[in-house]
Design a protein around this ligand. Structure first.
Ligand code: HEC
Length: 248
C-alpha cells in the first residue's frame, strides 16, 4: 500500500486546472473587449480589484489560519462583498456606477476572485490546521490564472525577487519595475503603455508591516510558509500588479 504524505506540486496543479474546467464557463459569457479610450481606466480598476482582494485575504489570515475553527464563513460571496466595499473606499466609486464596458470587465475579475476563494474552501475550512497557505499572493496568482483561461485579460503579480517562477517579470515588466525603483518615482503611481495590440499596465506594491512576517528580516531565515525571507523593510518596493489585455 502506498501512502502519499505530500501531494506533489504537479498534482496540485492538475487538481487546480481540472476544477477550473469543471466550473465551466458560467458567468463568462460576456468577456468584453476593451476600447482604446477606456484602456487606462479599465487597467487601473482591474488593479484596484486585485489590490482590494489581496488586502482582504491578508486581513483575514488570522481567521483562515485558526486551527480551532472549521467553517470560517470566508465564502466567495463574502469576499466579493468586501472587495466591492474596499473598491469604493479606494476609488470613491461604486462598481455599479462605472461605465458599462468597464464594469463588465471589472465584474469578470470579481468572478475570477470568487472562483479562487471557492476552489480553496476545503483548505480554508480545514479544522486542526494552522497555516493554510491561502495568502494574498496565491489569491492574486489564481485569480489571474482563472481569468486568463476565460477572458483575454492577463493579470500577474511580478517582482525581481520572485518566489514563484510564474511571477517572473518579462522584458516589459522589468523595464517598468526599474522605473518604479528610481528614487524620484512617485510612490504608488501606476504606469501604462500601448504595446502592439495590447495595453499594459503595472501598479507598484510595497512592503507593509503585515508582510514582514514572511518577506522581512532576517534575510534568508525561514518564514511560516517554509520559504526564505527576502529581508525587506516597510516601504520597500515589493513588486507590481501587472495587467495586460488586447484593445480594439
Ligand atoms: C504567510 C507568509 C506571507 C505573507 C504574510 C506575505 N507573503 Fe507574499 N508571498 C508568500 C509566498 C509563499 C509567496 C509565493 C506564492 C506563490 O507560490 O505564488 C509570496 C509571493 C508574493 C508575491 C509574488 C511574487 C513572488 O515572490 O513570486 C508578491 C508580490 C508578494 N508576495 C507580496 C506580498 C505583500 C505585499 C505582502 C504583505 C501585504 C505579503 N506578500 C505577505 C508569503 C507571504
Amino acid at each position: 500500500m502506498i501512502f502519499i504524505k505530500k501531494i506533489p506540486a504537479s498534482l496540485t496543479a492538475m487538481i487546480f486546472f481540472c476544477t477550473l474546467f469543471a466550473l465551466g464557463t458560467s458567468g463568462y459569457a460576456d468577456c468584453r473587449s476593451v476600447t482604446k479610450d477606456k484602456a487606462e481606466a479599465t487597467a487601473r480598476y482591474i488593479a484596484d480589484v486585485i489590490v482590494a482582494g489581496r488586502g482582504i485575504v491578508a486581513a483575514n489570515q488570522g481567521l483562515i489560519n485558526d486551527p480551532e475553527k472549521g467553517d470560517k464563513g470566508f465564502t466567495p460571496e463574502k469576499v466579493a462583498e468586501q472587495i466591492r466595499a474596499k473598491f469604493k473606499d479606494m476609488t470613491g466609486k461604486d462598481i455599479s456606477e462605472l461605465p458599462p464596458e468597464i464594469r463588465g470587465t471589472v465584474e469578470q475579475v470579481i468572478n475570477a476572485a470568487k472562483m479562487s476563494v471557492q476552489m480553496n474552501q476545503a483548505r480554508i475550512n480545514q479544522k486542526g490546521k494552522g497555516f493554510k497557505g491561502y495568502i494574498p499572493a496565491v489569491f492574486g496568482r489564481e485569480t489571474g490564472q482563472i481569468l486568463k483561461g476565460k477572458c483575454n485579460i492577463f493579470i500577474k503579480q511580478t517582482t525581481f525577487k520572485y518566489r514563484n517562477a510564474y511571477n517572473q517579470p518579462d522584458p516589459f515588466e522589468k523595464k517598468v519595475l526599474e522605473k518604479f525603483e528610481q528614487p524620484g518615482y512617485p510612490k504608488g503611481q501606476g504606469f501604462g503603455e500601448f504595446t502592439g495590440n495590447d495595453y499594459r499596465y503595472l501598479r507598484p506594491i510595497y512592503i507593509k508591516k503585515a508582510c514582514l512576517k514572511c518577506h522581512g528580516e532576517p534575510k534568508g531565515s525561514i518564514d511560516p510558509a517554509g520559504r526564505k525571507r527576502e529581508g525587506y523593510k516597510v516601504g520597500d518596493l515589493r513588486g507590481a500588479i501587472s495587467v495586460q489585455f488586447p484593445v480594439k
